[in-house]
Ligand binder design. Structure first.
Ligand code: HEM
Length: 277
């Protein structure tokens, strides 16, 4: 009798968990989307945002726009029962509005730190009722990070450029880019500035970076490698003189997601290769 009761209770609990388990999830933020895939929970996804560039399957889902400019109607049209939002997603009124109309919105830590990445993994896993998968993923990322950090680092001064607006902007303190450079053992020549700012030709000349790191789409937006190397300010840097430019995938290097170990490994290897030129 007791056994049946236990079984029934087990079923009831399983049913409850199932009812509470989200089935129509929209993600806002590329690394949040990536985590959903790494947890093997992608069947629950009904949409994501334009920064969700990896894995490729994520780019085939209905897109609701860019996570930093969330269109409320676009999200609601997908009838989500859960929105998983990076804390960088916004504007805040848009997320508030989603909550007001009854959508469950879970905001995930998205600060430039490994702790925040771990929080994000656990937060996504919990919201999707996949805690065990979350534990496994966090442990595997932690282990891979140790390996990546143990790789030899190259001593060099770097600037990291992002270009989404037509003007290349340099990454300063408080950005994921700054943290990734630091973890890769590179010195951020722009650590004295806060956040992203356009770098004037004079400032770039004075910073004299040994290496320029730029994201793939930023290089395209700048007109390609030769156009970058000809930019006023950049042309006179030691980096340009020796063509020491490291091009990295946008989400890989700026997302600080579960592929952070891969980002660090690639950046360390590419920086070493560049400095050997
Ligand atoms: C986490 C890595 C990031 C990825 C994968 C990413 C991806 C994207 C994509 C795909 C777009 C085009 C959106 C569209 O077609 O409308 C975009 C736009 C933009 N991104 Fe990002 N982004 C990232 C980080 C950043 C960062 C760090 C900045 C700050 C410098 C930034 C600033 C912008 C701006 C200003 C735009 C264009 C304006 C807009 O549409 O709001 N992004 N980004």
């Amino acid at each position: 009798m007791k056994t049946w009761m236990a079984i029934a209770l087990g079923w009831a609990m399983a049913a409850c968990a199932h009812a509470a388990s989200p089935e129509r999830v929209v993600t806002l933020g590329g690394s949040v989307t990536e985590i959903v895939y790494r947890l093997g929970q992608e069947k629950k996804l009904v949409g994501d945002d334009l920064s969700s560039l990896y894995p490729e399957a994520a780019t085939k889902l209905p897109r609701v726009g860019y996570y930093r400019a969330v269109p409320v109607e676009g999200v609601l049209a997908l009838k989500p029962d859960l929105v998983l939002a990076s804390e960088q997603a916004g504007p805040p009124e848009a997320l508030k509005r989603l909550g007001e109309v009854g959508v469950r919105v879970v905001t995930l830590s998205d600060q430039p730190s490994v702790e925040s990445l771990m929080d994000r993994i656990h937060g996504v896993a919990e919201a999707l009722d996949a805690q065990a998968e979350g534990e496994r993923l966090a442990a595997s990322v932690a282990q891979d990070l140790e390996r990546a950090e143990a790789l030899p680092a190259t001593r060099a001064r770097a600037v990291l450029l992002v270009n989404r607006t037509g003007t290349p902007q340099g990454a300063g303190a408080g950005t994921a880019a700054n943290e990734v450079l630091r973890l890769a053992g590179l010195e951020n020549a722009l650590a004295g500035q806060q956040g992203y700012k356009p770098v004037s030709a004079e400032a770039m000349g004075a910073l004299a970076p040994d290496i320029i790191v730029i994201t793939q789409t930023s290089l395209q937006a700048t007109g390609g490698m030769e156009a970058l190397l000809r930019l006023p300010g950049i042309a006179s840097t030691p980096a340009a003189a020796r063509r020491r430019v490291v091009v990295m995938d946008d989400l890989l290097i700026l997302g600080m997601g579960p592929r952070l170990p891969q980002a660090l490994t690639e950046l360390k290897q590419e920086a070493a290769r560049a400095m050997a030129r």
